[in-house]
Write a protein that binds this ligand. Structure first.
Ligand SMILES: C[S@@+](CC[C@H](N)C(=O)[O-])C[C@H]1O[C@@H](n2cnc3c(N)ncnc32)[C@H](O)[C@@H]1O
Length: 267
């Protein structure tokens, strides 16, 4: 395993939902509005997590069928319990080695996942392989490098102020390609053309610091995974450092900005 990914904890759906899924849902809705898909298409989703994008595309995109996949059996089990729809099939699958035939979907999508896949070029070429000519590949990722996902940005700023070694885990550094130019370069180098991008923004809001802090302690996701590795004193110090950064006196509102990318496959 890539050492920077050692705390990427993809299990405990309820806790992941509390940490990130609920914010991903907001972006997923806007992503589908931007995508403007035709109805009655065959969809593939990579890295479904707790189903933020799966739910959005079922309610917004009028799909004919959806194959919802993730590498984590725990997330597939969790999400398949939540979504019951005759158009959906759930399957454990690695985005780098999709267990599907060539050209069997109209659209391949993923939300907040591509950056976590070890070989992104392989994942993109797998999407190309399974999408029909004239079909669409589309995804979104947080704008990590510009601090666009405020809660993640604040977390790693606080963590690295206490533990310089944590800078290798900082998602702004790990996912430095998540800029408009970086994403276009990635797509081009994977052989894609006709690339469209846009920024989509929402907010994360918390009534108080306790509510903001809690999801970091629940173990699901990279920052919570890092928290799980700390001693009690280390965790307390991090909590205090984060409180100093975002404030502990009242509601906390932070930006949540994502890059969305869509690519039409040649006919
Ligand atoms: C940040 S979560 C995003 C989940 C969900 N799509 C969302 O928007 O909330 C990243 C997801 O990617 C999945 N993942 C990581 N590596 C993967 C791979 N190689 N193939 C498929 N899924 C992968 C994880 O299990 C996790 O569910």
């Amino acid at each position: 395993m890539n050492q920077d990914a050692r705390y990427d904890a993809w299990s405990a759906g309820r806790h992941y939902e509390n940490y990130m899924g609920r914010w991903s849902r907001r972006i997923a809705d806007q992503f589908l509005k931007w995508l403007e898909p035709a109805p009655e298409l065959d969809w593939l989703e990579l890295g479904c997590g707790t189903g933020a994008l799966s739910s959005a595309l079922l309610s917004r995109a009028a799909p004919k069928s959806v194959v919802v996949t993730d590498l984590s059996s725990d997330f597939i089990e969790h999400t398949s319990r939540l979504i019951s729809d005759p158009r959906v099939i759930f399957q454990i699958a690695d985005a780098q080695k999709l267990p599907f035939e060539d050209a069997c979907f109209d659209v391949a999508v993923s939300g907040l996942t591509l950056n976590f896949v070890l070989d992104k070029h392989l994942a993109i070429s797998e999407m190309q392989r399974v999408v029909r000519p004239g079909g669409t590949i589309a995804f979104f990722v947080w704008d990590y490098p510009d601090g666009g996902m405020g809660l993640i940005d604040a977390f790693w700023k606080a963590a690295t102020s206490l533990d310089p070694a944590a800078s290798a885990l900082d998602e702004a550094r790990r996912f430095s390609f998540c800029t408009r130019e970086g994403l276009i370069d990635l797509c081009r180098s994977a052989g894609l053309t006709e690339i469209e991008t846009s920024a989509i923004e929402t907010q994360t809001g918390f009534p108080d610091f306790e509510t903001f802090w809690l999801p970091f302690t629940l173990g699901a996701g990279p920052a919570p995974g890092y928290c799980s590795s700390l001693s009690e004193d280390g965790l307390l110090a991090l909590r205090n450092a984060l409180g100093e950064l975002v404030g502990t006196d009242g509601p906390i509102t932070l930006p949540a900005r994502a890059w969305v990318v869509k690519v039409r496959q040649p006919v």
